[in-house]
Design a protein around this ligand. Structure first.
Ligand SMILES: [Mn+2]
Length: 361
């Protein structure tokens, strides 16, 4: 267990010089490097040592869960932190740029610089951490697979309740309940269970609106298992689907499949986006597909790499990406189909096992 964390820590140490430390405050990043995932922790890494500072409320859990670091119960954060920095003769501290509030940065600057310790720009640190997290090891993949299995089981159980007259909010509540009953520690994001005209909103919010005969019903859902997220979207029709609905559905499905054909280690992520976009453009619906084809998934629901024609990441084995093109006709309806994939040297492992042909309930 602890060699997983040793490996991660040692990669992060590559950006530290002798008298330098990294101070990590983002909960997900702390969890990634030591296995302890609760809020209100501070993780300090030097060339030789690693410390997790938590307050009294978390000390027992931290002692049980944290690996590869010395767990310290702090009383006054700045004093305890300065003591450790002095013991290690640290002259400069890197702080994550993306997660630190201005107030917090001011606090650390004020306290540390008074002792002659520089607080340096953390963008290099952020980049390094994202670079570590972008490739999932087997223990992480197992957690993502489990999250996906839980989500799919709950989704299939929820589908039994998708009927004319049932509200979007009821279905969101039911899906969340079923995920938790099936072992999810949380939902990946506010579940999207939308119907009718609202399906034209890529991130529509469930309301009291009720399913009507002839509606599309779009469900974008995911579960969290041991910190790791899953992400899937399916669109089904209720009662019947018009020719136009079928045509749009088929176009989105073809785009989704074309993107799948491209996925493989060594391929630019932008090519995956272009493959999906081409199918939708060629069918004349290009302007109705306004988001990227996909994104990375892991400890965060959206993380690197971006699967967008604007991105410049090259796919590598062990990356988790989504493939989720859509067509959204304003004030009419929309369709999105999303799979979550693990990139391999020869292609991908599709973590989603749900069918993709149009289902009419
Ligand atoms: Mn997604």
């Amino acid at each position: 267990m602890s060699d997983i964390f040793d490996r991660r820590i040692n990669r992060l140490r590559e950006i530290l010089s002798d008298r330098e430390a990294a101070l990590i405050t983002n909960e997900k990043n702390i969890g990634y490097f030591c296995g302890f995932f609760h809020s209100e922790g501070y993780y300090l890494l030097t060339r030789e040592k690693a410390y997790l500072l938590v307050d009294f409320r978390y000390i027992e859990a931290a002692n049980q869960k944290a690996h590869g670091c010395e767990v310290i119960c702090f009383h006054k954060l700045s004093e305890d932190l300065l003591k450790i920095l002095a013991e290690n003769e640290i002259k400069s501290v890197k702080i994550e740029a993306e997660y630190m509030t201005v107030a917090r940065l001011r606090f650390f600057r004020h306290k540390l610089e008074a002792k002659g310790i520089t607080v340096s720009d953390g963008s290099e640190l952020d980049k390094k951490i994202a670079g570590c997290r972008i490739i999932k090891d087997e223990t992480e993949l197992e957690k993502i697979r489990t999250a996906q299995k839980i989500a799919e089981k709950a989704y299939l159980e929820m589908l039994n309740f998708v009927k004319v007259g049932v509200s979007e909010r009821e279905l969101a509540a039911r899906l969340e309940f079923l995920m938790k009953m099936n072992g999810a520690e949380d939902i990946s994001f506010d579940l999207i269970t939308i119907t009718g005209k609202k399906t034209s909103l890529p991130h529509g919010v469930p309301s009291d609106a009720k399913i009507a005969e002839g509606d599309f019903f779009t469900c974008d859902f995911g579960a969290v298992y041991e910190g790791y997220h899953s992400d899937t979207t399916r669109t089904v029709a209720v009662g019947h689907a018009t020719e136009e609905m079928r045509e749009i559905y088929t176009t989105v499905l073809n785009a989704q499949l074309s993107a799948l054909d491209v996925v493989k280690a060594g391929v630019p992520a932008a090519d995956v986006d272009r493959a999906a976009r081409k199918v939708i453009d060629d069918a004349g619906y290009g302007k109705y597909f306004g988001h990227a084809t996909g994104h990375g998934v892991g400890l965060d629901i959206h993380e690197s790499p971006a699967v967008s024609y604007r991105g410049n990441e090259i796919l590598r084995a062990g990356m988790i990406i989504t493939d989720e093109p859509g067509i959204y006709l304003p004030d009419r309806f929309g369709v999105r189909i999303e799979d979550m994939l693990c990139v391999t040297d020869t292609g991908y492992e599709n973590l989603v096992s749900l069918p993709k042909e149009l289902i009419i309930l």
